[in-house]
Design a protein around this ligand. Structure first.
Ligand code: FRU
Length: 486
């Protein structure tokens, strides 16, 4: 690795640990003005190992401060993924003298049992904090949910179900989801199973989430299920179901497989607890297929930008939408706007962008739906292409020639996302950081997240369209260390 700067590819507005390995976001919760992000963390190497919960805090979900490790492995096992809740009614009894406990519900992964070929090596445990997430105490009665003999039995996502005044745990159990309920987070009763014969099954089911969203005054429940492998563009990805949940059973409205994000790099995403009417998700911006091979040096992996989730109706079907949170506007820096710009062939924007690092936010809308592409490039011949292909009716990101790609044989490639919107114009937002691109098209109906590793900053930008497209409006914002991202 001689000659590689340790900070190469460090993003400006995505969370990365200062050093070492990170994977899934865990236990995300908003409490007393602070957003907490915990994450799967191995503090001894830049590859996966005995898992801890790392910790970071933020006032706006954009600027994060890394905190001391929250949970260390113990005699029951490594600390795998899970969630955290604000136990407002102190149902757990962990609060003393009227204190409200924060309770983390996570999987203990017992590698000794795993090596001994037991099938009961994953089980669920608790830890609580009485000082707003600074320090955590593991519950003496762990584990709280024993393994019935299922090799993959993990990633509890817990929420309060107000109509029946009980906690619901959504748990990934190999090839399905199992729902459990509890009055106090300590005693759990199995309610039902979902999904063994529905959805995508190209890999194991992991990191689920279940939450309500309102559309046109009506409530529907969304069930997220990450799977690895078996994603639509290879490796790991997150599918979702929309349906009803009655405290016992989840019933989907449709049996069609749907994906929250068609890019290759948004995995294990779940939502924050305690954010009121807003439902906000962050994912792990990598893929198990190559996460351990990516060419960063001091650390590995970042989170996605936080996205606000919603529902939209298309052809009588409710679909999930993801939009960048409004807090990201703190990134607004210098830029320019264009209106009614016909593009036929190539329109080079480089002279207008004057961007030395290549980090930007772009909002763009077109007057028609002819093919077009947005091309990021540098003078090493690297190119990252984001576009719309009319005949296939797909959005795509092509990172085949985006720089370093040979660290894993499947990394170079062109990824597609079907367009679900039916509108005759296209609008999109692109967020580009040092080593990632996030595409939100048609008000969050088609979403793609891809990472890439250029040999030099991608400081050139152009729009291309062979058949001709009219850009009705374009807003370009340069994002620099000197902008409000501070
Ligand atoms: C998903 C996952 C989880 C598990 C964790 C281990 O990426 O495999 O199922 O809890 O990572 O680090």
């Amino acid at each position: 690795k001689a000659g590689i700067k340790p900070e190469l590819y460090r993003p400006l507005y995505h969370f990365t640990p200062k050093a070492h390995w990170m994977n899934d976001p865990n236990g995300m919760v908003y409490y007393k003005g602070t957003y907490h992000l915990f994450f799967q963390y191995y503090p001894d190497a830049t590859v996966w190992g005995p898992m801890h919960w790392g910790h970071a805090t933020s006032k706006d979900m954009v600027r994060w401060q890394e905190q001391p490790i929250a949970l260390y492995p113990d005699s029951l096992g490594w600390i795998f993924s899970g969630s955290a809740v604000v136990d407002v009614n102190n149902t757990s009894g962990f609060g003393k003298n009227g204190q409200t406990p924060l309770v983390a519900i996570f999987t203990h992964h017992n590698s000794t049992l795993e090596k001994a070929k037991s099938d009961k090596f994953q089980y669920q445990s608790l830890a609580y904090s009485l000082d707003e997430g600074k320090t955590w105490t593991k519950y003496a009665g762990n584990p709280v949910l024993q393994n019935p003999g299922i090799t993959d039995f993990r990633d509890p996502k817990v929420r309060w179900f107000e109509p029946q005044k009980k906690w619901i745990m959504t748990l990934a159990t190999k090839d399905r989801i199992t729902f459990y309920s509890s009055p106090n987070l300590k005693n759990w009763t199995r309610e039902s199973d979902f999904g063994s014969n529905l959805g995508a099954h190209g890999g194991v089911w992991e990191c689920p989430d279940l939450f309500p969203l309102t559309y046109n005054g009506r409530q529907a429940w969304v069930l997220l299920v990450s799977i690895n492998p078996g994603g639509p563009n290879g490796g790991s990805a997150t599918q979702y179901f929309v349906g009803d949940f009655d405290g016992k059973n989840f019933k989907p409205y449709s049996t069609k497989t749907k994906w929250m994000d068609y890019g290759t790099d948004n995995y294990a995403g779940v939502t924050f607890a305690n954010t009121g009417n807003r439902t906000i998700l962050m994912g792990w911006m990598s893929n198990w297929q190559y996460a351990r091979d990516v060419p960063t040096v001091a650390w590995r992996s970042a989170t996605t930008v936080p996205r606000e989730l919603g529902l939209a109706e298309v052809n009588k079907e409710l679909l999930l939408t993801s939009k960048p949170i409004k807090e990201l506007d703190v990134l607004d820096g210098q830029g320019f706007s264009l209106k009614n710009l016909p593009v036929k062939g190539q329109y080079d924007l480089t002279a207008k962008t004057k961007n030395e690092t290549g980090l930007f936010k772009l909002d763009l809308s077109t007057q028609n739906t002819n093919d077009f592409s947005i091309v990021l490039a540098n003078d090493k011949g690297n190119e990252l292409v984001v576009g719309y292909d009319k005949s296939a009716n797909v959005f795509y990101i092509d990172r085949s020639r985006s720089g370093k790609t040979d660290f894993e044989k499947g990394f170079a490639g062109r990824h597609t996302a079907p367009r679900s919107a039916v509108a005759t114009k296209i609008s999109l937002t692109l967020l580009v950081d040092a080593a990632s691109v996030e595409l939100f098209a048609d008000n969050g109906l088609s979403v793609m997240t891809d990472i890439f590793f250029p040999e030099k900053d991608m400081t050139r930008l152009s729009v291309k369209s062979a058949k001709g497209v009219t850009i009705s409006s374009m807003n370009y914002t340069k994002i620099t260390a000197g902008s409000k991202a501070g």
